[in-house]
Design a protein around this ligand. Structure first.
Ligand code: SF4
Ligand code: SF4
Length: 341
């Protein structure tokens, strides 16, 4: 089944049909329902679903053939919203945000607000327009959260994965040379497991990555581990390999009620390339709408209404609450008005 056939409707049906205690029911049993936001301090903006890579775990099902791009009008509306509502952090995601033709223009506009800007990058997409992109990132003190799924090239089975690894290492070195991963410019790595398990202990993995990358003269600030969400290509893979029930049971067996207070949907809203708002990027991938409808677009942003909303949950949410929780909320950490100097 190709990406187009594995539609969001199909994914949502699959997740609803899994024979487990529903996530909402789980929260009810733990006196945590309904789940409501604490504040709206971050905007997670998906500029495009296009990506120069096509990863097997990608929840957005991004690839070089995706065409969705945010219009300049919606980008300008997002900048106005950040300024008007004093949003603390703006995280740029995709796909590969760097592939958007107005990427550098957008960062410069956001740089004129008080928000901290965070770029989620796969490292290889920076290559497309390296010089201007790196200048704009340093000028606006953009925090970089970069995916690096392995530190051992020899563990990578395909030639393509090895090439991606080489390009990523080369870009990390370049980022170090211009000051990233040192004192003032933050460079974090983001890790997803390559198998069907939960991530290892974050601090232990961070130590291993730091030691191994130091041997290559590479420094970074923090490593964040993310749980693979049972949506998109990862859902298709576990379904095809008859591992869906096992994976969902793994998430549920590790359900930790203490993580619920920190799930990222309690602090952010996610903006799709077409300007629609969602409770998070995962709901965006599943096209699970934010409610109420009167605030479902960036043009209808209303902080009071959004804080009072009930978050639209589903069984995929178990991916955010297993063990110590997924790190996505820690990549969105800045309180209002604490832009790095
Ligand atoms: S996981 Fe990231 S790098 Fe991989 S295809 Fe998706 S957006 Fe691109
Ligand atoms: S998947 Fe989204 S809505 Fe569900 S708990 Fe995680 S952040 Fe919240």
């Amino acid at each position: 089944m190709d990406d187009e056939e594995f539609s969001f409707e199909r994914q949502r049906k699959l997740l609803e049909k899994v024979d487990v205690l529903g996530f909402e029911e789980q929260l009810k049993q733990n006196n945590l329902y309904p789940l409501k936001p604490k504040e709206i301090n971050s905007l997670d903006i998906s500029l495009t679903y296009k990506c120069d890579q096509k990863c097997r775990h990608c929840h957005v099902m991004s690839s070089p053939s995706r065409k969705e791009m945010m219009s300049k009008d919606i980008m300008a509306e997002a900048v106005d919203t950040v300024r008007e509502y004093d949003i603390g952090t703006v995280e740029l995601t995709g796909g590969s945000p760097e592939l958007h033709p107005n990427f550098t223009w957008f960062i410069d506009r956001l740089g004129q607000t008080d928000a901290e800007i965070v770029l989620r990058t796969n490292l290889t997409a920076i290559k497309t327009n390296e010089k201007p992109i790196l200048d704009i990132l340093t000028k606006n003190r953009v925090t970089i959260n970069a995916s690096l799924h392995s530190i051992n090239k020899k563990n990578l089975k395909t030639k393509k994965d090895q090439e991606i690894y080489d390009k990523s290492i080369e870009m990390l070195k370049k980022l170090n040379q211009i000051g990233y991963g040192k004192e003032n410019l933050e460079l974090n790595l983001v890790y997803n497991p390559s198998d069907y398990n939960l991530p290892q202990n974050e601090k232990t993995l961070e130590k291993q990555y730091k030691k191994k990358l130091r041997e290559k003269d590479i420094d970074f600030n923090n490593l964040f581990t993310l749980t693979n969400m049972p949506i998109g290509r990862f859902l298709r893979e576990i379904k095809n390999r008859d591992k869906l029930d096992d994976y969902m049971n793994l998430l549920i067996d590790n359900f930790n009620p203490d993580t619920v207070k920190n799930v990222m949907c309690r602090e952010l809203v996610s903006v799709a390339p077409n300007g629609r708002l969602y409770d998070c990027g995962f709901n965006q991938a599943l096209k699970k709408p934010i409610k109420p409808k009167k605030v479902d677009k960036i043009t209808k942003f209303n902080e009071k209404e959004l804080i009072n909303r009930k978050i639209n949950l589903g069984n995929h949410c178990y991916g955010c609450t297993a063990k110590k929780g997924s790190s996505c909320f820690r990549t969105q950490k800045n309180p209002k008005n604490t832009k790095p100097q």
